[in-house]
Design a binder for this molecule. Structure first.
Ligand code: FAD
Length: 397
């Protein structure tokens, strides 16, 4: 019987483990941090319809729906304050699962809890230091605590700065800084919060802003803001007050609610530098493979990173279920996933580049967007959020 070692208990890791479990394959998750450390942190994200539907194939969407709140509409405002229109969020029509807003740490926690409830072993405090494949084809992982684990396949779900990606290919490209930080904040002091389940997206002149209202009335906001790249230590040293000041300056010239919402936010502001990795040339080697951000990472602008990580886990499990031996399964997984994830990541990079257009592009956007919104079906487009996985359909090599 195949045994999988999964490195990383974030989103991709726990979903891969649950999907393998459903496929009858033994999987153990090794997460570097203790549970309390991975369950904190302030950013929130959107699990799009494709992510929720992928979770549904393994019956794991319930906890995410329960701990998040729905996003069913999105409205757009220009920097002049002009309302450009609104649209249903893809997948929310006809009683579909739609999309869900949830804190990133909560998403990882509820998926992990669900995995454990199903009988998946999740070991915390297990930082992988090295992995290698022995002459018998089995993969050995060595951990910082001196422990070792042996399996038939090792899944690198260890995030954007993946060690497994570099182990598979020492020349693998490094993640690229997108030139932006994603800053998230939470406040109750907003004069006109967005309607329930609605994202209000604001095209600021210098930065992008979005916000939505949680069921308890708190407004959750984010901004994709241009900033110089900071080291981890430099980023940790920037205070919420400094981010507040910086963003208030960026939105000062706009006639939108963004600056007031930022100003009304206290200490609940967190920032993350945004990186992407559109193409990783080698995904697998000798029983090791990468999933989620370890394989491909999206700039946050298309709100797809978590959803793609979920899709990866389900598809990889199907391949390992249906094909004989890891080599053919890992090749099939890459064949099924590469084009899609690279297209989504490139799309997200394009959105990141268009965050602060010049005056001509702004005028064109404001003139044409209302018509385009009327014509388009939903936000996101079917190719991105309409992706579906059929769990029962066998994978063929
Ligand atoms: C601010 C922000 C906003 C975002 N917004 C969205 C959004 O709206 N929608 C969306 O879909 N995506 C969004 N994303 C992207 C999304 O969070 C990622 O794509 C997703 O978390 C990737 O999941 P993952 O499991 O691959 O990696 P991660 O969630 O990073 O998990 C990796 C795990 O591996 C562990 N690990 C790392 N190294 C080791 C090691 N050596 N040994 C053991 N464990 C290890 C880490 O501790 C971590 O728990 C956003 C990201 C950020 C930062």
């Amino acid at each position: 019987m195949t045994k999988a070692l999964i490195i990383g208990g974030g989103i991709a890791g726990t979903v891969t483990a649950m999907a393998l479990h459903k496929a009858g394959i033994d999987a153990v998750v090794y997460e570097a941090y203790p549970p309390e450390a991975t369950d904190t942190g302030g950013a929130f994200l959107l699990v799009a319809n494709n992510g929720l539907e992928a979770l549904r194939t393994i019956d794991a969407h319930g906890p995410v729906l329960e701990h998040g709140f729905p996003a069913t509409r999105v409205e757009f405002i220009s920097n002049t304050g002009k309302r450009l229109g609104d649209k249903p969020m893809a997948g929310a029509e006809d009683g579909g699962l739609g999309a869900v807003t949830i804190r990133r740490a909560t998403l990882a926690r509820v998926l992990r809890e669900e995995a454990v409830r199903r009988g998946v072993r999740v070991e915390h405090g297990k930082r992988l230091l090295a992995a290698q494949t022995g002459p018998d084809g089995r993969v050995v992982g060595s951990f910082a605590d001196g422990g070792r684990a042996v399996g038939d396949v090792l899944v690198g779900a260890d995030g954007i700065h993946s060690l497994i990606r570099r182990t598979i290919d020492a020349g693998a490209p490094r993640p690229r800084y997108t030139g932006q930080h994603t800053v998230c904040g939470y406040t109750r002091d907003v004069a006109e919060p967005p309607a329930p389940e609605t994202y209000r997206m604001v095209f600021g002149k210098q930065a992008f802003f979005g916000c939505t209202t949680a069921p308890d009335g708190e407004v959750w906001w984010f901004s994709n803001a241009p900033a110089a790249e900071l080291s981890k230590a430099e980023l940790a040293a920037v205070t919420p007050g400094q981010w507040r000041e910086r963003l208030t300056e960026l939105f000062a010239e706009d006639h939108t609610p963004a600056a007031d919402i930022v100003r009304a936010t206290g200490e609940s502001i967190v920032a993350t530098a945004a990186y992407d990795l559109i193409s990783t040339p080698v995904w697998s080697e000798e029983g090791m493979v990468v999933v989620g951000d370890a394989a491909h990472a999206c700039a946050p602008n298309a709100a797809q990173g978590a959803s793609l990580a979920i899709e990866d886990g389900v598809v990889l499990a199907k391949c390992l279920r249906d094909l004989p031996g890891p080599r053919s399964a890992l090749a099939a997984y890459e064949g099924l996933r590469r084009e899609r994830v690279e297209t989504v990541a490139a799309n997200s990079a394009g959105l990141a580049r268009r965050t602060a257009p010049g005056p001509v592009k702004r005028a064109l956007r404001d003139a044409t967007m209302p018509r385009r919104l009327d014509r388009a079906g939903t936000t996101g487009g079917d190719w991105q959020t309409g992706y579906r996985i059929d769990w029962d359909e066998p994978v063929r090599s």
